[in-house]
Design a protein around this ligand. Structure first.
Ligand SMILES: NC(=O)c1ccc[n+]([C@@H]2O[C@H](COP(=O)([O-])OP(=O)(O)OC[C@H]3O[C@@H](n4cnc5c(N)ncnc54)[C@H](OP(=O)(O)O)[C@@H]3O)[C@@H](O)[C@H]2O)c1
Length: 271
């Protein structure tokens, strides 16, 4: 299987690194190109053994998958670069947020199978939760190939294309929402009188340990919380203070705002 990445930026880099490190594909089957930053491509070649080129004809010859990894507003230029070389057997994987399958097809003037995926930045540590949606003409074997690729940098959740907005909000933007909560927790912690660096280090370890508990325990998060909340104890006192606020409502507002923005942005791209 040959896969060609159009765009080798932040997110694509995490993805092809995951593919190489997990041996899903040998590095020589992975080809990269970008707009102009050849130094970046050279360093990926040196580090990972992947190949790169700016010759679109050669890149797309015998390719199985074309990975669309640019920002959405750069896609039209990529479409102009590759349109004449696209073959009926090529399948596309797009990470471009908000660009519908119908738009990609229209710009390329093709009806090839297209998978849209919505990874998140945790791909850098092999833990992206990635939403994926397939065009109707994506065959079962090809779907398995795409899921295999996604599993190289985390896990996959298959949804209808119009539900990618919700995936974008919950897990695409999700790391930023959690970072924000953690930042506030650190800020509040430092007001208790300990050294800032001590608080930062402790909370970092707290987050990692809590995540591992969630991962490794068979218990629900609710049960894990209940297990450390003795009646009348310190944890109970803190939770009582928290329960004065509508935390669920706050996150509902946050997620709805992100979903609505995702819908707005994709409507703009559709124009
Ligand atoms: N970052 C995230 O957390 C995240 C999460 C989910 C989805 N996404 C999606 O991932 C996509 C990429 O985001 P990013 O943060 O990785 O962007 P990025 O770091 O800016 O990378 C963009 C890449 O596209 C290349 N490019 C631009 N024009 C091109 C052209 N005409 N031909 C070939 N390559 C071209 C750039 O090449 P040069 O370097 O040479 O300019 C660069 O390699 C976006 O569509 C975004 O919606 C990102």
């Amino acid at each position: 299987m040959k896969i060609v990445f159009y765009g080798a930026g932040n997110m694509a880099h995490a993805i092809f690194t995951g593919i190489v490190n997990s041996n899903v594909l040998p590095p020589e089957n992975i080809f990269l190109t970008n707009r102009s930053n050849e130094d970046a491509l050279k360093s990926y070649q040196d580090d990972l053994g992947v190949q790169y080129s700016y010759d679109d004809k050669k890149l797309l010859d015998q390719a199985d998958y074309i990975f669309l990894g640019s920002k959405p507003h750069d896609f039209d230029k990529i479409a102009d670069r590759i349109r004449e070389y696209v073959q009926p057997n090529h399948k596309f994987i797009s990470i471009m947020a908000g660009l519908p399958i119908s738009y990609i097809r229209e710009k390329l003037s093709v009806d090839n199978p297209i998978a849209r995926i919505m990874p998140n930045t945790n791909a850098h540590v092999g833990h992206s939760v990635t939403g994926v949606s397939f065009s109707n003409n994506f065959g079962p074997r090809s779907k398995d190939e795409v899921l295999n690729v996604i599993n190289a940098f985390g896990s996959a959740i298959e949804v209808q294309e119009d539900h990618l907005h919700q995936v974008t909000a919950i897990t695409g933007s999700g790391p930023a929402f959690l970072y924000h909560v953690f930042e506030k927790y650190v800020q509040a912690g430092t007001k208790l009188g300990l050294e800032k660096s001590q608080v930062e280090e402790s909370i970092q370890e707290l987050i990692i340990g809590t995540s591992k508990m969630i991962e490794r325990s068979d218990l629900s998060m609710e049960q894990l919380r209940k297990n450390i909340t003795s009646k009348g104890g310190t944890t109970q006192a803190g939770l009582n203070a928290l329960s004065q606020y509508d935390i669920e409502g706050i996150f509902e507002d946050c997620l709805n705002a992100a979903v609505n923005r995702s819908i707005e942005l994709s409507a703009q791209d559709d124009d």
